[in-house]
Design a protein around this ligand. Structure first.
Ligand SMILES: *Cc1c(COP(=O)(O)O)cnc(C)c1O
Length: 226
């Protein structure tokens, strides 16, 4: 299978899941996670019509964006954020999915180039049982959302989650349902949110069933990483 074929297949899987779970056709976007894969692979995905690319490492995103400066790519930063790297992120990415502190959000707000459109932000939420230390705790979400929503130059779009790997479909769904419920609670409190960034190669369908609007797919497009 070529990268081109993989993009086609993932697109079909997304459309099938939208239909199966009563989601509007086209309501789920594909973010191609290109971390640890070279710019030539990104060019292949671009040729297949893919325009959104996600990276986890700041230096890697900056290098690839320079290498691919001629291409029409929307970069999404999805990795852990060190506050001394926020300037590079704000200069390169249109979206940041992994914001989990006010300090980082404030720096992104201050450092976004004045001529660039508002930087789209998702708050990464740490749902129970997660092994990773990143992500804001559920009980701290409303306060952080209020602080971030008030910042100039950034636009709070929704939530992102990286649940612990889980093979059982019902259990995958149960975790994503918790993220959706967090989002619904924030909307009930008056926040305008339209994005749920959740679902990877192995749990994409469960995420779509629970309302994902962006799925972040690496392996199923580019193959296994080193
Ligand atoms: C690597 C990564 C992905 C893609 O994972 P796959 O299982 O390869 O599809 C998605 N989201 C984040 C945050 C990642 O780090």
């Amino acid at each position: 299978m070529t990268i081109h074929d993989n993009i086609q297949t993932i697109g079909e899987r997304i459309r099938a899941a939208e239909q199966r779970f009563g989601r509007e056709r086209g309501s789920v976007s594909l973010l191609a996670v290109s971390k640890k894969h070279p710019a030539t692979n990104i060019r292949e995905a671009l040729a297949a019509g893919q325009g959104l690319f996600g990276e986890n490492y700041v230096q890697e995103m900056v290098e690839k964006s320079a290498e691919l400066a001629d291409a029409n790519i929307e970069w999404h930063f999805i990795g852990p954020i060190q506050s001394n790297k926020t300037r590079l992120i704000a200069a390169t990415a249109r979206w940041v999915h992994s914001v989990d502190s006010f300090k980082v959000a404030k720096r992104l707000s201050e450092q976004k180039p004045a001529d660039a459109p508002a930087l789209n932000i998702c708050l990464q939420v740490n749902i129970s049982g997660e092994t990773s230390k990143s992500g804001v705790q559920v009980r701290e979400l409303p306060a952080l959302a209020a602080e971030v929503a008030a910042l100039p130059g950034v636009r709070l779009r929704g939530l992102m989650a990286i649940p612990a790997p889980e093979h059982d479909f019902a259990r995958q769904r149960a975790v994503f349902a918790q993220v959706r419920e967090c989002q619904e609670a924030l909307i009930a409190q008056g926040f305008t949110l339209d994005t749920l960034s959740m679902g990877m190669t192995d749990d994409m369908e469960a995420a779509i069933a629970e309302g994902a609007t962006i799925v972040r797919i690496g392996t199923a497009i580019f193959g296994v990483r080193e």
